[in-house]
Design a protein around this ligand. Structure first.
Ligand SMILES: Cc1ncc(COP(=O)(O)O)c(C=O)c1O
Length: 324
């Protein structure tokens, strides 16, 4: 997905032109992977543009920075305002939101502490990550020959740029072998996650997903899916899952801000269930999409509306819903 190349980017509190949002080649992050970032989405709901679970994303950003001793002088409210300001400055209706905190330019060496901690926020249009067809038909995946990071090596709960070196190996291998994505195991051989998605398995009407101890990123979509699945009456179990459960599952799907809820129709060329979008995956796709499209009331408080002037549209939509 190419960049538009125009618009405003937030850098350390200032909105700068897209072409001017540059950093020096000597910046620490370029050499040592010393950055933490987020990927969130703003949706054009029928009640106006709204960011999905933006506070949870920004809290995870601050947590990632804390793990790496990378304090940026801005609290959650400041981050939220900066994100909203960036979307408004670009007059986006729907967009992908990419805040990043990174070690900047001053001195090079493994010790990062002599460098400034800088931050930026980019927004741009980004459709379905694995394609719209994937959401409807499902994707073909392979179990990667690359494992996820071992515990106590690179912290999986920190969304660090460094972790995505591993993700890139998983993704490139999958593409080279003719698959859309790879599913990585953890170092014990249990299911971990995709290069940028959490994994869910459905068996006998029970929904299973690896725990956070399986070297996964604690995904916000994962948390939303668990919440909605339980509200729909399903049992959701977080437990270690052996590789082979993928082959005998009724349904397998992956979730993430970029991929949303994408069914997996085959793994290692073995058909998953009926080999197409399954009923539980579909129900969860619908539950999430009804929220992010503003079709149902936001009972969880997951939406943060961007434009105050769309308040009237919200009031009208709410009145319509109430009169039905
Ligand atoms: C490695 C990895 N796992 C899982 C996810 C899903 O997380 P989320 O739902 O918060 O986007 C992502 C996406 O950010 C990711 O990069």
């Amino acid at each position: 997905m190419g960049f538009p190349g125009t618009g405003k980017i937030w850098m350390n509190g200032k909105l700068v032109e897209w072409k001017d949002a540059t950093i020096h080649i000597g910046s620490h992050v370029v050499h040592y992977g010393s950055g933490v970032f987020e990927g969130a989405r703003c949706y054009a709901t029928r009640r106006g543009s709204a960011c999905f679970r933006i506070d949870e994303h920004l809290q995870r950003l601050m947590n990632s920075a804390k793990i790496y001793r990378m304090e940026y002088p801005m609290d959650l409210g400041g981050w939220r305002q900066a994100v909203l300001e960036t979307i408004r400055a670009n007059q986006m209706k729907a967009c992908y939101i990419r805040p990043i905190v990174y070690r900047g330019y001053e001195t090079l060496g493994v010790n990062p502490l002599g460098n400034p901690v800088d931050a930026a926020i980019m927004v741009w249009e980004w459709g379905a990550y694995l394609g719209q067809e994937a959401i409807e038909q499902g994707v073909d995946m392979k179990v990667s020959s690359w494992a996820r990071m071992a515990p106590n090596t690179l912290p999986a709960l920190a969304k660090s740029t460094a972790n995505y070196a591993n993700s890139q190996l998983i993704k490139m291998e999958a593409l080279a072998d003719g698959y859309s994505e790879g599913i990585a195991l953890d170092v014990s051989g249990n299911i971990s996650e995709g290069s940028g998605q959490n994994i869910f398995v459905v068996r006998d009407n029970t929904i299973l997903t690896p725990p956070i101890s399986a070297s996964i990123l604690g995904g916000i979509t994962r948390d939303s899916v668990i919440t909605l699945a339980r509200e729909l009456g399903f049992t959701v179990v977080e437990s270690d899952l052996p590789r082979e459960i993928l082959y005998i599952a009724d349904e397998v799907f992956c979730v993430g801000t970029a991929a949303e809820v994408t069914p997996i129709r085959s793994i290692d060329k073995i058909k998953v269930g009926a080999g197409r979008l399954g009923p539980i995956t579909e129900a969860l796709q619908r539950a999430i999409s009804d929220i992010v499209n503003g079709v149902v009331p936001d009972t969880h408080g997951w939406l943060t509306y961007v434009y105050p002037e769309e308040q009237q549209a919200r009031a009208t939509a709410a009145a319509h819903a109430a009169s039905r």
